[in-house]
Design a protein around this ligand. Sequence first.
Ligand code: NAI
Length: 260
Amino acid sequence: MGTSNSVAVVTGSARGIGQGIAQRLGADGHHVIVADLPSMQDGVNETVAAIEKAGGKATGAEVDVTDEESLSRLVEVAVDAGGKLDVFVANAGIAQVEPLIDYSKADFEKIVDVNLTGVFLSYRAAAKQMIEQGNGGKIIGAASIVAFRPFALLSPYSATKWAVRGLTQGAAMEWAKHGITVNAYGPGIVGTAMWDLIDEKLAAEEGLAKGEAIKKYAGDILMGRVSVPEDVANLLSFLASEDSDYITGQTMLVDGGMQF
Ligand code: NAI
């Protein structure tokens, strides 16, 4: 496969971890399809410009990962741009901090729709194209530390990430015969807009000052700091490369050694 003519899609890459992954894959030589919601196209353009400025290749695209037709169109964008699809990173996700007792059915369904159904639809759209091409591929999904140990007040979010672990392992079993590896990444605390929101709400729910909740969890990170998107992007660089060809069905933590 090699990265020199590889085409890699990253969903949710207008900001945060996805933006970091897209920039790293661009620097590694993949032609990156930077995809996010229609309302996030300013961020998409920013990511594309950053990749191009660093000498890489990128194409911006719209996607809503809860919509299967939108995902089919995204795969077409990748094939139009680079002739094929080699890597698909299902990074898009949402979070909501709420006591379980107050969590509405609509909100539960929404988080499942984006974080789990969205990953399923992404994996399926990517695998269909890769199987048709007949040359293997790399499918990679967003899990989390909470796919192994839940945070209180993030239970439905945790459940979706736990399910992504199972989906990843099952998909790996079904698609290995096509030379496709399927793995997931599990960040700990990454200082993004999503974490700011979680931190603010956790602090409010626990009666702490803003910034205190992150300290409460960050105090238990062996490496002594919360992470930045580049920490996650380092793992993704490996998972998207031939160096990870003998690894499949795994959810790999990149959490600095969280001890909670
Ligand atoms: P973020 O909120 O900064 O970025 C998420 C991106 O996904 C946004 O650009 C958003 O527009 C996009 N998105 C949301 N719904 C979408 C949809 N239906 N279709 C397409 N795009 C959509 O979040 P962050 O922190 O960058 O998280 C990225 C991934 O990493 C998520 O799956 C998240 O659950 C996971 N994660 C984040 C952690 C953190 O501490 N920030 C920790 C563990 C996992």
